[in-house]
Design a protein around this ligand. Structure first.
Ligand code: PMM
Length: 290
């Protein structure tokens, strides 16, 4: 999973990693309810890998604005059986959770990464778990739980403020014993951010990269992309905009993109790579995950 950072040297190559989203929830904003059932969830994850995802991010608790918290045992009942099956099928799994107990259970099953939208703020036990396990860790920028995050979207300069808050998070994680090279940072698009905040963060990703950590972005199908489309358009119609953002983020040097539409994202990233290298992409074997 550890990859060389790119982006500052235009001669270096390599595509951002594609993290495929699997929400095992009845209420996520875009795919809630679709993969609630065990077989559908596993089938969908396998399709995402066949389409080119390097890792599948499995989450059981919706973080859409206004969402209520879910009990940890309910979260685990949703995600753990699916994770167990995916790992049995050699699918690399990331666990999307704010709860250290859920992350620990997923790691016991063989998950390779913990994706924590709270960056360790929601559960004080998370930093200890990451330190002790030595696992890769996505620390996202976060200002509080979904129920109240819209009112926290107040910044002087969103890019500078998010950068400072992430820097502070990194410092605390390191004090807790987390290895710096295990920390991947994410600006948390849509989490206590207005549309304008999201666009500013996307336009100035290189400022976040100066923190010296790998950067993951999660723009996929988010509300601010809906504003580009006619009112009431289905969330899947946001995929072309998402894929475009992935290619532009690749140019800015991000390490990974977290998306619903893996095939469209891969095509956009191949366009970016082919333009940079001046040659057609190598043909892909179906299911190669590359
Ligand atoms: N967004 C969501 C959930 N998890 N994790 C990271 N690291 N970054 C994100 O932007 C992010 C996330 C909410 O979107 P979803 O409902 O489509 O999963």
């Amino acid at each position: 999973m550890a990859r060389t950072r790119r982006g500052h040297n235009p001669m270096t190559t390599g595509m951002p990693l594609i993290m495929g989203i699997l929400n095992v929830t009845p209420d996520s904003f875009s795919d809630g309810g679709l993969y609630n059932n065990f077989d559908d969830a596993v089938d969908h994850a396998v399709q995402l890998v066949e389409a080119g995802a390097t890792v599948i991010d499995v989450g059981g608790e919706s973080t859409r604005p206004g969402a209520e918290r879910l009990a940890v045992d309910k979260e685990q009942a949703r995600v753990l059986p699916v994770i167990r099956e995916l790992i049995a099928r050699d699918v690399p799994v990331s666990i999307d959770t704010m709860n250290a107990a859920t992350a620990a259970a997923a790691l016991d099953l063989g998950a390779v990464l913990v994706n924590d939208v709270s960056g360790g703020l929601a559960d004080k036990g998370m930093a200890r778990l990451i330190a002790e396990s030595g696992i890769e860790y996505v620390a996202m920028h976060w200002r509080g739980h979904s129920a109240k995050m819209d009112s926290a979207a107040v910044y002087t300069d969103v890019v500078r403020d998010v950068r400072n808050e992430l820097k502070h998070r990194v410092a605390e994680l390191i004090v807790a014993g987390v290895r710096p090279d295990r920390i991947i940072l994410d600006p948390g698009l849509g989490f206590a951010k207005t549309a304008q905040h999201n666009w500013q963060l996307l336009g100035r990703l290189r400022e976040l990269e100066t923190l010296g950590h790998r950067i993951l972005i999660g723009a996929s199908r988010k509300k601010f992309l809906g504003e580009l489309l006619p009112e009431g358009a289905p969330t899947a119609d946001r995929d072309p905009a998402t894929a475009t953002i992935s290619a532009l983020a690749a140019e800015a040097g991000v390490w990974g993109v977290r998306v619903h539409d893996v095939a469209g994202t891969l095509a956009a990233l191949q366009v970016w790579e082919s333009l940079n290298e001046g040659r057609a992409p190598a043909p892909r074997a179906l299911g190669s995950g590359k």
